[in-house]
Design a protein around this ligand. Structure first.
Ligand SMILES: C[S@@+](CC[C@H](N)C(=O)[O-])C[C@H]1O[C@@H](n2cnc3c(N)ncnc32)[C@H](O)[C@@H]1O
Length: 366
């Protein structure tokens, strides 16, 4: 299998560069890649307004928004209602005048202390009483907004503002509590809605078909042979427990029990041979995903899939080559594997076990 180092992708496979990109930076998503990454592959694949790009693991819509910026139609799915909300708000076409009016109105909402605040122990640890009161007040005001696009726009602003006004610190796979001075939710929210509006006014994006829905990559709701290109990044093996990291957002804004979210790739633990059970379950699920991708891709479709190695106390599991083999068995041609970066896999945070690659697996449906 052809492995090639590609230094230029080192930062692009991370979310960091998005920090400086309007709209892309509306919600920080550590698990995402950057706009620059999608640009590289839209250009390499020569995508245009007649192509359809699929991202079956949409995250916060980096692929979808970049496609929209380039006038390329796209469709995307994610199992997480939180990230789908973020993606939708970032990629919708707005009536700017109407939105401007709504933002002005929301900026004038007069705070009224709510009768009740959540009793949840976790929420009480990561928010001050005042922050929780603000969140509950704004949440109720936003729920009254009739227009779905405006309601979602304000909801995203509130979710982000709440997290900025919390003591939560997302540290890898954990959320730590760091008691520090935080800005009031009211202030962050008002600033945020004005900034989001400003970004949209500047962006002047052309309407292009962009669909993002809740869906499972193991069962993609698309016709056979309908997709020209896939630019995506599945969850990394044994890396992120999404349900834990985003539990605050879910507890506050999505009336959804945690268990319902455990349909994530690799979360069905089964008993297998020589790999940790979680890795076996992961590759079983990824086989289902690759089969679905084969089904929905047109002949000659090209795919760029970012993936990282798995770190286990027993050693490193190479995911890029294993995924490429799975794809090949299904019928894809493996063009090459571009190695974007290498990280140490460690035990107890300090003992080095081995190096893990973060790579882009390039495939073609021949
Ligand atoms: C690595 S992130 C993708 C980030 C994205 N490229 C971005 O820039 O925002 C993987 C995503 O896959 C989603 N996911 C996990 N299991 C899934 C499944 N079975 N079907 C669809 N999405 C899934 C997670 O919710 C997460 O948002």
């Amino acid at each position: 299998m052809r492995l090639k180092k590609e230094e230029s992708l080192k930062d692009l496979v991370t979310f960091k560069p998005n920090k400086l990109e309007p709209i892309h930076n509306w919600y920080w998503y550590k698990e995402g890649y950057s706009k620059g990454f999608v640009e590289v592959f839209l250009k390499r694949f020569k995508a245009n307004s007649n192509s359809l790009v699929l991202d079956p693991f949409a995250g916060v819509g980096t692929t979808s928004l970049t496609c929209k910026e380039y006038g390329v139609p796209s469709v995307a799915f994610d199992v997480s209602p939180l990230t789908v909300l973020v993606s939708k708000v970032k990629t919708r076409d707005y009536d700017i005048e109407k939105l401007q009016e709504a933002v002005k109105e929301a900026g004038k909402w007069k705070f009224v202390k709510p009768d009740k605040i959540p009793k949840d122990k976790w929420l009480k640890r990561i928010f001050s009483k005042y922050a929780l009161e603000d969140i509950v007040f704004y949440r109720a005001k936003i729920a009254e907004v009739k227009d779905e696009k405006i309601r979602d726009f304000l909801a995203l602003a509130l979710i982000d503002s709440a997290m900025k006004s919390s003591f939560a610190y997302k540290d890898g796979a954990f959320v730590r509590i760091v008691k520090k001075g935080v800005p009031p939710v009211k202030k962050v929210f008002k600033y945020k809605i004005h900034r989001m509006l400003k970004d949209l006014k500047k962006a002047e994006l052309n309407p292009v078909p962009t669909k993002v829905e809740v869906g499972d990559a193991r069962d993609i709701e698309l016709e056979d042979e309908s997709v020209d290109f896939v630019i995506t990044s599945p969850p990394y093996l044994n890396k992120i427990e999404y349900t834990k990291i985003y539990k605050t957002e879910y507890a506050l804004f999505f009336n959804q029990p945690e268990t319902k979210l455990r349909a994530f790739v690799g979360s069905r633990v089964e008993d297998f041979g020589d790999m940790p059970p979680i890795a076996e379950a992961y590759f079983k699920d990824m086989t289902l995903v690759m089969k679905e991708l084969y089904r929905v891709c047109k002949k000659d479709a090209k795919l760029a899939i970012v993936i990282g190695g798995g770190c286990f106390p027993e050693g490193v599991i190479e995911v890029d080559t294993k995924l490429a083999n799975i794809a090949q068995d299904i019928g894809f041609k493996v063009d090459r594997i571009l190695v974007a970066r290498e990280n140490w896999c460690t035990k107890k945070r300090v003992i080095k076990i081995g190096k893990m690659r973060e790579s882009v697996v390039l495939l073609k449906k021949s």
